[in-house]
Design a protein. Structure first.
Length: 474
């Protein structure tokens, strides 16, 4: 079980000689959780940048002895150059254009508006977060195993901690809940492998794929000639095969009421009887069940027994949806790509920035299973090298979520300023709102590429992209 966390605090170098401004910016940056180094001249900044790698450098454009835009190249050094944000006290449009050409990520004018400044910094840090995860995954992905819980997100770190705690209670029944495709069986396997029963068998039985009679025979086994068509020798069931280990009952919410009663008796008495038999057999195993259904709702509407729910719910482990752990998408994508590349005998080295952005923006209703399928398709389509956006499936949303349908009234523009610039700014802002700041979707609807859209967001000062806990990508 792997708990991956390559992130750590972001490192920011603040280069500012105006003490009040410097202290204000330092406070804002530390409020974002960044580790901040401070210097007051360009020479000291260059020395710091050579000693330590930074994620973002906030640079006064008008430091004595050096123009900010002229010093950008001397600060953007190393394998992963820092993002440079210029603080401009004065300057012309030509100065701004030159700074952007030389590699500045953005420019913030004085007097500094805290919201505008933080918006720029957050955009830079978001890009660095993806970059860090990509670098980490490329270096270590081959050391990871397909039977481990992989992730860098807080929710996955919490999940691995919960699995470790549950594994120690080797006889307690566990209910693993989560949406379809989120990896509930993987979690069950990790619980088994981390426990003292890890050397015993792990047996899976899907509660949703068989008829009532077939499921009963598969679970309990049957005696010779127990029913028409049965084996003359009889058959051991999943309970017997899982002795000493773990039995995983997948999608237990699909069981009929009569079968729920029999499973309840199994959990209460820790004994079972084969179909057609009269002898009670003791069980020495742990039962882990999973569900993508809301069993509490099933108790409420009478479709699921309350006493069985309480028996199953001794220990509960919740598996998050992929869109709630978006930080893990780059790592999982590289892991799957590496697996498929080796299976197919291809040299696939990673993803372009456009492909990565598309993967991170999609909301993945099918969760990790859907992501894995998308990466397999991309691996087939890509002949070698980097996987690009064109190799990925089309994530349209369509009738599933209507994310590509924007009401006509979205485009009703406000104000008396009918200049092209004013109207374009309003239009871009409203499309971003309508798509919940899904950059790929908004750019597609506007008929421009993402880089142009980012430039227009900056040009019209439309703010920064909302965090994922307040807006979801579609």
């Amino acid at each position: 079980m792997t708990n991956v966390n390559p992130q750590g605090p972001f490192r920011v170098l603040l280069v500012e000689d105006d003490i009040p401004v410097r202290e204000t910016l330092r406070s804002l940056l530390q409020g974002e959780g960044a580790s901040v180094d401070v210097v007051d001249d360009h020479a000291a900044a260059v020395q710091k940048a050579r000693q330590r790698a930074f994620d973002v450098i906030v640079l006064n454009q008008n430091l004595p002895g050096a123009r900010g835009e002229e010093g950008i190249a001397s600060l953007r050094i190393g394998d992963q150059p820092a993002e440079v944000v210029l603080i401009a006290g004065y300057g012309t449009a030509a100065d701004t254009a030159l700074a952007l050409r030389l590699g500045a990520a953005d420019i913030v004018d004085k007097p500094i508006h805290p919201g505008r400044f933080l918006g720029v910094v957050r955009r830079c840090l978001a890009g660095r977060q993806v970059s860090r995860a990509l670098t980490w995954s490329k270096e270590r992905v081959r050391d990871l195993s397909s039977d481990e819980i992989l992730g860098v997100s807080p929710s996955i770190r919490g999940l691995t901690a919960r699995v470790g705690a549950v594994a120690d209670a080797v006889d307690a029944t566990v209910l693993v809940s989560g949406p379809t495709g989120s990896g509930k069986e993987l979690v069950a396997r990790c619980i088994h492998a981390s426990s003292d029963r890890g050397n015993g068998p792990f047996v899976t039985l899907n509660c949703a794929v068989a008829s009532e009679s077939v499921f009963e025979a598969e679970l309990f086994g049957y005696e010779p000639g127990a029913f028409s068509g049965s084996s003359r020798e009889g058959k051991s069931g999943a309970l017997a095969r899982a002795a000493g280990g773990t039995l995983f009952l997948d999608e237990i919410g699909a069981l009929s009421r009569p079968l729920q009663t029999k499973v309840l008796r199994l959990l209460q008495d820790r004994t079972y009887r084969r179909v057609g038999g009269s002898q009670d057999w003791p069980v020495d195993l742990r039962i882990v069940a999973s569900t993508s259904r809301d069993l509490r709702r099933g108790v409420g509407d009478g479709s699921f027994r309350e006493d069985l729910f309480l028996r199953l719910h001794v220990m509960n482990v919740e598996v998050p949806a992929l869109e709630d752990r978006a930080e893990d998408i780059p790592l999982l994508s590289h892991f799957f790509l590496d697996q498929f590349a080796r299976q197919m005998g291809k040299s696939l080295t990673g993803f372009t920035s456009e492909a990565t952005e598309t993967l991170c923006e999609y909301h993945w209703p099918g969760n990790v299973r859907e992501l894995r399928n998308a990466i397999e398709r991309a691996a087939i389509a890509c002949r070698g090298g980097m996987v690009d956006e064109c190799h990925l499936p089309r994530f349209e949303g369509g009738s599933l979520d209507q994310s590509d349908v924007i009401p006509r009234n979205v485009f009703v523009l406000d104000g008396n300023d009918c200049s092209i610039r004013a109207l374009e700014g309003q239009l871009v802002g409203k499309v971003l709102e309508a798509t919940q700041w899904n950059i790929s979707r908004a750019a597609s609807l506007l008929g421009i590429n993402r880089t142009t859209l980012y430039n227009k967001i900056r040009l019209y000062d439309l703010g920064d992209r909302p965090r994922r806990d307040s807006a979801q990508a579609s």
